[in-house]
Design a protein around this ligand. Structure first.
Ligand code: COA
Ligand code: AMP
Length: 632
């Protein structure tokens, strides 16, 4: 079928279109109501359907006779481990862990935080929760205890599942002390902390709430998957917003399963039985949708990779994994390709491997610059496909739907709208703009199945943050334009969110931490260009005049504060002391101007600026500290 017809069908007759797609998955009770509204007048899908994600990802395939197919391949260059896990083995691990959780009192509707490194037990934990209808919330391991505590207090988990440690490049990260510290800091105390000891010699501090993961699994019975309503939340995933408090994106069950099955087939072009690899982390939406649920729903073998694109041990790791495990389609962030390109510019390491199995390379998570895309195309000699989506959408909104038929690739564009997404570019007044004119990227309601259903405990923020600005539309928070051929170009966030190595972070949150340092009078944190990570945060601080300080020490303390509060993942390493910040006459800090001066883009000095002379002052501070064109 041609892309355009298929897409038009999804927009013109969404109920029939998604009803057909919902028939591709096994329901315990098939939905009769396809599209309806919830109490907040927001769309929901397949309201009266009943199903279970864990059943669809595991039991169904065993029932169909594929129990001995590999479900997961754990490949961990950082611990030198490889493990193949069949659907039968996955069933054993997940159904017994679910039995253990049930014995501990967890039941449908309870919440459970998962704070794990990239090991198969992270996927088991997610699937065990889903088996019981327990709503999981996976927290990325690179977040510090403070961030974990915020999430504990927001989603109030009955239990936390964690591991003894993570393994970063040449560094062990003990997780259990972080969990203990987070529980200490939080008002809401979970009843149990289930700890998987990786037996890498890391000491696990003991607490009364601890439960040993392995003993729990050994001593517990297997349990069957419970039936949950399509609109039952499968998980809450926190993501950065424009304030210091992260937002808990709620994902439903039936719409999500339908959308993921659809994605594997039509967006990623993989058939049942083939191997798919998303080199991300279960802590991000990519990990939820395309390491765990999507591939397993589609009976693909999914790779759980514990490593980095470089230095584990070198820039050939990705190519080894693809070749060794027969990967058909792979997904990573452009930052990973940039890191590899820097180490292996001519692709010599890549050519050491037979990559004939790889048919498509997908990129997302941040804007993909043309030189990264063309380098990857040249080296791999296959379609390299940039595609665009968000934690909120849960699956791609723009792509080149290779399963429907590859469309021409336009470097710089994240592709064409995916079925179900009626994407529009709006101006300040909410009117559609002409092709090639830049504006706000919005999606006409209703959103297709699998997208966010609300914000955990905060329906007001949901409405205000996404639906209020342009009535009748979902506002993505990104800017962009559509060209004459309908290709969409995403130009970047229009808010205070930055994307560092594909990780979404809030500069407002960093700014709150920097501002709380005792020597800081005022500050601004914003994202500046970084050759490898795409963006990195830069802080400018004005120090209080009534104090004496050693500038270096203050800078180190501020950097340490952000690392301690948010985590190493913030990559907050640059703080500059300035005399003053550029402001409008009404006193608003001109962060965009600060960013544009750093990125040395052509910039207009806003007419509202209080004092033009400050632009030269800032330029000279940047020059002194090598911020700008030399910015690495
Ligand atoms: N647990 C604990 N710490 C973590 C972590 C985790 N899961 N993930 C990252 N960190 C730490 C790192 O150790 C590093 O700490 P350091 O400051 O002490 O060195 C810090 O967070 C920043 O990590 P990262 O952004 O990964 O930078 P890096 O320099 O270690 O690696 C890249 C650079 C480009 C190789 C790496 O960022 C990468 O692989 N990016 C791809 C990201 C990706 O796939 N994102 C998913 C979006 S789809
Ligand atoms: P996250 O919710 O962490 O997945 O981050 C989503 C944000 O990352 C989007 O709102 C975009 O700003 C950015 N993003 C993701 N994919 C792309 C892409 N292909 N091109 C440009 N920006 C992207």
């Amino acid at each position: 079928m041609k892309y355009q017809n298929f897409y038009n069908e999804s927009i013109n007759n969404p109920e029939q279109f998604w009803k057909n797609q919902a028939n591709e998955i096994d329901w315990f009770t098939s939905p009769q109501t396809i599209l309806s509204k919830d109490e907040y007048d927001y769309n929901q899908w397949f309201e009266d359907g009943e199903l279970n994600l864990s059943y669809l990802c595991i039991d169904k395939h065993i029932n169909d006779g594929f129990g001995e197919q590999n479900a997961l391949i754990y490949d961990s260059p950082v611990t030198n481990t490889k493990q193949h896990i069949t659907f039968n083995q996955l069933h054993h691990e997940v159904s017994k862990l679910a039995g253990g959780l049930q014995n501990l009192g967890l039941k449908k509707g309870d919440t459970c935080i998962i704070y794990m490194p990239m090991i198969p037990q992270a996927a088991y934990a997610m699937l065990a929760c889903a088996r019981l209808g327990v709503i999981h919330s996976v927290v990325f391991g690179g977040f510090a205890p403070h961030e974990l505590a915020i999430r504990i207090d927001d989603c109030k988990p009955k239990a936390i599942i964690t591991a003894s440690n993570g393994v970063e490049i040449k560094r062990i990260i003990p997780y259990k002390p972080f969990v203990d510290e987070a529980i200490d800091k939080s008002k809401n105390k979970p009843e149990h902390v289930i700890v998987f000891d990786r037996q890498l010699g890391v000491e696990i501090p003991k607490k009364a709430y601890d439960v040993d993961y392995k003993t729990l699994v050994e001593d517990s019975p297997s349990v069957e998957a419970v039936s949950v309503a399509s609109i039952h939340p499968s998980y809450v995933l926190y993501t950065s917003g424009t304030t210091g408090t992260p937002k808990g994106i709620i994902r439903d069950t039936g719409g999500y399963a339908t959308a993921l099955k659809f994605s594997m087939k039509y967006i990623y072009g993989v058939d049942e039985g083939e191997t798919f690899w998303a080199a991300s982390d279960v802590g991000w939406v990519v990990g939820h949708s395309f390491i765990v649920y999507g591939p397993l729903l589609n009976r693909n073998t999914s790779i759980v990779f514990e490593g980095k694109p470089i230095k584990t041990p070198d820039a050939s790791t990705f190519w080894r994994v693809i070749s060794e495990h027969n990967v058909k389609a792979m997904f990573t962030a452009p930052t990973a390709i940039r890191a590899i390109k820097k180490e292996d510019p001519e692709g010599d390491m890549l050519r050491q491997y037979d990559l004939s199995c790889l048919k498509y390379q997908f990129l997302a998570g941040e804007r993909c610059d043309v030189s990264t895309l063309t380098w990857a195309e040249k080296q791999l000699n296959i379609p390299v496909i940039d595609h665009w989506w968000q934690t909120e959408s849960g699956w791609p909104m723009l792509a080149n739907m290779v399963g429907v038929g590859l469309q021409p690739i336009k470097p710089g564009s994240a592709g064409l709208p995916v079925c179900g997404y009626d994407i529009k570019i709006l101006n300040e007044d909410g009117e559609e703009v002409e092709p090639t004119v830049e504006g706000y990227v919005a999606v006409k309601l209703p959103l297709p199945p699998g997208t966010l259903s609300n914000l955990w405990g905060n329906p007001e923020r949901f409405k205000f943050g996404y639906l209020h600005r342009f009535p009748g539309y979902y506002f993505s928070g990104d800017g962009g334009y559509i060209d004459e051929d309908g290709y969409v170009f995403i130009t970047g966030r229009v808010d205070d969110i930055i994307n560092v190595a594909g990780h979404r972070l809030s500069t407002a949150e960093m700014e709150e931490i920097v501002a709380s340092h005792q020597s800081v009078a005022e500050c601004a944190v914003f994202g500046v260009h970084c050759e490898i990570k795409g963006q990195k945060p830069l802080g400018l601080v004005v120090l209080k005049s009534d104090k004496t300080y050693v500038e270096d020490l203050v800078q180190k303390e501020i950097i340490q504060d952000v690392r301690r509060e948010i985590g190493a993942v913030a990559s907050f390493r640059d703080v500059l002391v300035v005399e003053r910040l550029p402001k409008t006459r009404s006193g608003k800090t001109l962060r965009k101007l600060l960013r544009n001066i750093a990125d040395e883009q052509q910039f207009n000095i806003p007419s509202t600026i209080d004092d033009v002379a400050i632009v030269e002052e800032i330029k000279s501070v940047y020059q002194k500290h090598n911020i700008g064109i030399h910015n690495k």
